[in-house]
Design a protein around this ligand. Structure first.
Ligand SMILES: [Zn+2]
Length: 429
């Protein structure tokens, strides 16, 4: 018989310690669970309204929020702007709210939206140099009121403040949502589709508040589906959500995916409401015409629109192989542009002059054939009706898919084992 008296012997002190530890561990788990639970179900903070108030030369940009937020504001030059960074805020405002600034002498326009996951931003374009004299958060019934107070200043003081602020807290580039998906082990050529703009950078706006970033994203999604459905190619988007992506990052994602073709999708707006139709742009050092130069300048300002410093620059390498690759890539880009225009005709809305070129930063990958497709003009009622119609989107995406198929049939060496692969070998890195 076993003597189990030892297992029955009780050490009260040890038992109390063990109980206490168990209670502590359970408590910690409960706290952790509650934190995870509250995080998962936390109500996002929302901005529901905005306005500008002027008094004695000072102006207040006011946002009505559902709760308190942490914010920081700083000046930025070239052009003069105020950047307001906010932890995480959803803007349920009329997207054109920031253009109704007729009663302001200091504010030309303001933009708002997601800058990076968990980081929102308000960008105030200044009509004249102005200093942030105060940022206040006032509790009100049903939430908080965010007030950004501005006062006129002189250009020298504004620049000095911007330099001091940059030295104190250098701007951080956005943390990117999802890393570029690595090239898949597949024989299929990769087509990278780049829906322009996103997040805080809305792009062009239509009369009724339609946003370029949303229209081109919808189109890009449908195009991706059509390309994948055809089974010949693999289609990758540069952005999978409504988020800001710097121009250089878009180019990088095309190269990372060893893209056989890069399609940047945009839509424009003009003062002339009767100008309509799609235009296909390729890269050139000198713009083909004044309109192409205007569009390229506008699209190249996308990083600035989101409050990044400096201008997006393309890679410049003085290397003979690099130059050869670049020339060959340009030839492919121009050929694809021709194929696309011939097919797109059937989608029914080509611009009078559908083939143009200019210095688009986003088209500057030297080894990836790239085009920028302006789907149409949000300022044209006809284009707007097409661009927001699911039927048109389907039909146009099918035409574009057909153009891709025909292009690679007639240019077999331009697929991933051709242009992309060949270019990779020659890439001076
Ligand atoms: Zn655009």
């Amino acid at each position: 018989m076993t003597d189990d008296s030892s297992s029955l012997s009780v050490n009260p002190a040890r038992q109390i310690r063990r109980c206490a530890l168990l209670v502590l561990a359970a408590g910690a788990l409960l706290v952790l669970d509650l934190q995870l639970f509250s995080r998962a179900f936390a109500q996002p903070l929302i901005a529901l309204g905005s306005r500008i108030e002027a008094e004695n030369g000072r102006e207040r940009l006011i946002f009505d929020l559902t709760g308190p937020v942490k914010i920081s504001a700083r000046p930025l030059t070239d052009p003069d702007r105020i950047i307001v960074d906010i932890a995480d805020l959803e803007f349920r405002l009329d997207p054109s709210a920031g253009r109704n600034t007729a009663n302001s002498k200091l504010i030309k326009a303001f933009r708002f939206g997601l800058f990076a996951p968990g980081r929102s931003r308000i960008i105030v374009d200044l009509a004249q140099p102005a200093a942030v004299t105060a940022t206040r958060l006032i509790p009100v019934k049903d939430g908080s009121r965010l007030i950004i107070e501005l006062a006129p200043t002189d250009a020298a003081s504004f620049t000095a403040a911007a330099i001091a602020e940059a030295a104190r807290a250098p701007d951080t580039r956005p943390t990117l949502s999802s890393p570029p998906s690595p090239p898949r082990p597949s024989d299929k050529a990769v087509i990278v589709i780049d829906p322009g703009h996103g997040g805080v950078d809305t792009g062009a706006l239509g009369k009724h508040g339609e946003q370029e970033k949303a229209i081109v994203f919808e189109f890009a999604r449908v195009l991706q589906e059509k390309i994948e459905a055809e089974g010949l190619f693999h289609a990758v988007l540069t952005r999978e959500e409504d988020i800001f992506l710097p121009l250089a990052e878009r180019v990088r994602r095309a190269r990372e995916n060893n893209a056989a073709l890069f399609l940047s999708i945009h839509a424009d707006t003009l003062a002339a409401p009767n100008v309509e139709g799609a235009t296909v742009y390729t890269l050139s050092a000198r713009a083909s015409d004044a309109e192409a130069a205007r569009i390229a300048e506008k699209e190249n300002l996308a990083d600035q629109a989101a409050g990044l410093e400096g201008k997006a620059e393309a890679e410049e390498v003085d290397d003979i192989l690099f130059e050869l690759t670049r020339r060959e890539t340009h030839a492919y880009s121009r050929d694809f542009s021709k194929t696309l225009i011939s097919k797109w005709k059937d989608a029914g809305n080509l611009n009078k002059n559908p083939s143009r070129s200019a210095g688009f930063v986003v088209l500057k990958a030297h080894d990836v054939p790239s085009i920028l497709l302006e789907l149409g003009y949000l300022s044209s009622e006809k284009d707007l009706t097409r661009l927001t119609s699911p039927q048109w989107r389907e039909q146009a995406a099918l035409k574009l898919t057909e153009a891709i198929r025909v292009f690679f049939q007639t240019h077999p060496s331009a697929n991933s084992s051709g242009a992309g692969g060949r270019a990779k070998e020659q890439r001076p890195e």
